[in-house]
Design a protein around this ligand. Structure first.
Ligand SMILES: Cc1ncc(COP(=O)(O)O)c(C=O)c1O
Length: 454
C-alpha cells in the first residue's frame, strides 16, 4: 500500500511573540524604516561580529547594492557558482556586468576552486561564493586565490583600490547564524567575506516575510559610516535623509543625490524578527568559544529545568518534614530545648549565633527556600526568648546565606568561574576574605538592628 504524504515547503515558525512584535510596530505609528529597523541592524552587526549591518527588503537588493557600492558595471566580470538560486546571478546582470558561472566540484555543492582560479581574468571585479544550505565555503582558499591573482586586478575607483584585489561578496542567503573555524578561531558568517548578504525570505532559517541584511569587514582607509551612508542612499532614492532623520525638528528638507533604488526594510518587517528569536540565536552561538549549538542549548535548558525540579523537591520535602515536626509536636520539643539554650543569651550575641547557624545550615540544605521552610519555624520564635524582634532572624538568615553562597558551588559561582576561566579550588583560596568580610559586616548590621529595635 502506498502512503501519500504532503511535505510542506518550509512553513514559517511564527509564534505569538512575533505576532505581538508586529502588532506593537503597527500600533506605534512607525511602520516604515525607523527605530526597529535601526535596532535590528545594530543587533545583526553585534551577532555577526561586524561594525555595522544594513537591512534591506531582500538579499537580492543587498547583493545588488554591494556590487553598486563597489562600482561594478559594464565591462566587468563577476564569478559565481553554477549551482545556486537565480538571485546570486541576477544582480550581476542588473548592474550591467557579465556573469561568469563556475561549476561545483565533484561531490560538493561548492564551486570547484581550481576552476574558479582559472576563470579569473583582468575584468574580474568580484566573486560571489554561495554558502548553500548554511554551509560556509572555503574562504581561506578563496582569499588565497584572489591574493595570487592580485596582479590581474586593476581598480577603477577608490573602494576597489582600498580593497586592492578582487572583492569577495558572499551570497549567504541561507547562512545567517552559521559559523566556521578559520585559522583556529570561530568566525560568524557575515564577518568572513569582504561583504555578505543574508535573506530573511519566508522559507529561510530566520524570516521577516521578505527581507535581507548585509554586513562587511572593515576595509583599511574606508570609513564604515561612509559605507553605511552609501547603502542608505542606494536603498532610498538617493535621498540625503531617510524618514526617521526627517522627523527631527527643522530637518524636513533633503536632497536627491542620485537616481537610486527603493529597497529599504520596514519597521513592521524588522519587528517580526526583533523578538524571542534573537535571544535564541545568541544562546545558540555565544557563551562558549565553540558556540553552544542548538542541541547544547536545549540540553542546557532541560538541565536547568531539571535542577529546578531538584530545588522544588527539596522545598516540598522540607515542607513535609516541617508538617511531621509540627503535627508530632517535635518542633515544640526542639523549640523548648533550644529556647532553654538561648535563654541567657544577650540579643546581639544571639543574632550573631543565628547568622552562623544559617551559614552552616546553608551547606547542609542545598536550597535557600528549603532551608527557610525547614528552619524558620523553629529559629524565628527563639527571638522571643531573647526579647528581640523575629525579623532580625530573617536578616541573620540572609547574611548567613550571602556568605555561604560565595563558597558553595552554586550555578552562579560556577558560571562566574567558567567566565573567568578559573578553577573552583583556586577561587576557594582567595574568596575567604570576602566571606569573612560579609560575616563581619553582616554581624555589625545585625547588632545595630537589634540595638535599634531594643
Ligand atoms: C542562494 C540564494 N541567494 C539569494 C536568494 C535571494 O533571497 P531574497 O529572496 O531575500 O532576495 C535566495 C533566495 O532563495 C537564495 O536561495
Amino acid at each position: 500500500m502506498t502512503v501519500t504524504r504532503n511535505v510542506p515547503f518550509s512553513p514559517p515558525d511564527i509564534s505569538e511573540t512575533e505576532i505581538q512584535g508586529v502588532v506593537e510596530a503597527l500600533k506605534s505609528g512607525w511602520i516604515t524604516t525607523g527605530p526597529r529597523t535601526k535596532e535590528f541592524e545594530r543587533r545583526i552587526a553585534e551577532f555577526c561580529g561586524t561594525n555595522k549591518a544594513v537591512c534591506l527588503n531582500s538579499a537580492t537588493a543587498c547583493e545588488e547594492s554591494i556590487l553598486r557600492l563597489l562600482g561594478i558595471g559594464e565591462g566587468d566580470e563577476v564569478i559565481t557558482s553554477a549551482y545556486t538560486y537565480t538571485a546570486s546571478a541576477s544582480p550581476i546582470v542588473h548592474v550591467g556586468a557579465k556573469v561568469v558561472l563556475v561549476d561545483v566540484a565533484e561531490d560538493s555543492f561548492e564551486m570547484d576552486y581550481d576552476k574558479l582560479e582559472a576563470a579569473i581574468t583582468e575584468k574580474t571585479k568580484a566573486i560571489v561564493p554561495v554558502d548553500l544550505g548554511g554551509v560556509i565555503c572555503d574562504y581561506e582558499r578563496i582569499y588565497e586565490i584572489v591574493e595570487r591573482k592580485k596582479e590581474l586586478f586593476h581598480p577603477e575607483n577608490e573602494i576597489q583600490e582600498a580593497i586592492g584585489r578582487i572583492a569577495v561578496v558572499a551570497d549567504a542567503a541561507h547562512a545567517f547564524g552559521a559559523k566556521k573555524k578559520l585559522g583556529g578561531e570561530w568566525k560568524m558568517c557575515g564577518s568572513i567575506a569582504d561583504f555578505t548578504s543574508f535573506s530573511f525570505h519566508a522559507v529561510k532559517n530566520l524570516t521577516t516575510a521578505e527581507g535581507g541584511a548585509l554586513t562587511w569587514k572593515e576595509i583599511p582607509g574606508v570609513d564604515d559610516e561612509w559605507i553605511y551612508k552609501q547603502f542608505m542612499l542606494l536603498s532610498l532614492h538617493g535621498q540625503s535623509k531617510d524618514a526617521l532623520a526627517k522627523t527631527k525638528l527643522g530637518a524636513w528638507e533633503y536632497d536627491i543625490l542620485s537616481p537610486a533604488y527603493k529597497c529599504n526594510m520596514t519597521d513592521v518587517m524588522a519587528a517580526a524578527f526583533l523578538t524571542i528569536d534573537i535571544i535564541i540565536m545568541f544562546l545558540t552561538c555565544f557563551g562558549h568559544q565553540e558556540g553552544l549549538g542548538e542541541y547544547k542549548t536545549t540540553t542546557a535548558f532541560s538541565d536547568g529545568a531539571a535542577s529546578l525540579v531538584g530545588v522544588s523537591l527539596i522545598i516540598g520535602l522540607a515542607r513535609g518534614i516541617n508538617k511531621v515536626l509540627n503535627d508530632g509536636y517535635i518542633s515544640d520539643t526542639i523549640l523548648y530545648a533550644s529556647s532553654k539554650m538561648v535563654a541567657h543569651m544577650n540579643g546581639s550575641f544571639f543574632i550573631i549565633v543565628m547568622m552562623l547557624v544559617f551559614f552552616v545550615l546553608g551547606f547542609i540544605v542545598p536550597s535557600s527556600s528549603g532551608l527557610a521552610v525547614l528552619a524558620m519555624p523553629i529559629l524565628a520564635p527563639l527571638a522571643d526568648t531573647v526579647h528581640i524582634p523575629r525579623y532580625t532572624v530573617v536578616t541573620a538568615y540572609q547574611f548567613g546565606q550571602y556568605a555561604m553562597l560565595f563558597l558553595a558551588p552554586t550555578g552562579l559561582v560556577m558560571a562566574t568561574l567558567q567566565m573567568l576561566d578559573m578553577r573552583y579550588s583556586h577561587w576557594m583560596r582567595f574568596v575567604w576574605p570576602v566571606v569573612v568580610f560579609v560575616l563581619i559586616f553582616g554581624g555589625g548590621l545585625l547588632v545595630t538592628e537589634v540595638l535599634i529595635a531594643g
